[in-house]
Design a protein around this ligand. Structure first.
Ligand code: ZN
Length: 151
């Protein structure tokens, strides 16, 4: 298990050093800002929606390795997905990082399983979910993400 953990850490570090889709989006038609006051992470998520499909997605901002890697991998996975698929993935991901449904969540989430270790560090859960909360805000037309108190 420790080998797997090392691998997971490597993936997270790699994404935080070279985040994917890390730029503004000139043709964005949805955007939202998100701030995690516990850690100081802050991101803007941009979406180019075509009906219910996410044609393009990007993010900008700054944050710790976990928050940046999470945003980076989220943008990779959601490109081409539908609004409903994105919300479903968020639900699964949330269960994974809060430890609510570790094994099952991990299986379905593919690459996002690298964040399973976050459930052991409750203070870092918001780092991992910030980009997703911000995505949700953008999808529903809110300008700012609301992070739940009890996460
Ligand atoms: Zn953080």
């Amino acid at each position: 298990m420790s080998d797997l953990r090392d691998l997971y850490q490597e993936v997270i570090l790699e994404h935080s050093k070279a985040p994917r889709n890390f730029h503004g989006l000139a043709h964005a038609n949805h955007r939202a800002d998100g701030v995690n006051p516990l850690c100081g992470d802050q991101f803007t998520v941009y979406l180019h929606m075509d009906g219910d499909a996410i044609r393009d997605i990007s993010f900008e901002g700054s944050g710790c390795a976990i928050s940046k890697a999470s945003a980076s991998m989220m943008t990779q996975i959601l490109k081409g997905k539908s609004r409903a698929e994105a919300e479903k993935l968020f639900e699964r991901f949330h269960k994974l990082v809060t430890g609510e449904e570790p094994a099952k969540g991990g299986e379905d989430l593919g690459k996002l399983a690298v964040f399973s270790g976050v459930s052991e560090y409750p203070a870092r859960v918001k780092c991992a979910t910030l980009a997703w909360h911000t995505l949700h805000a953008a999808l529903v037309g809110e300008a700012e993400a609301v992070l739940p108190e009890d996460e």
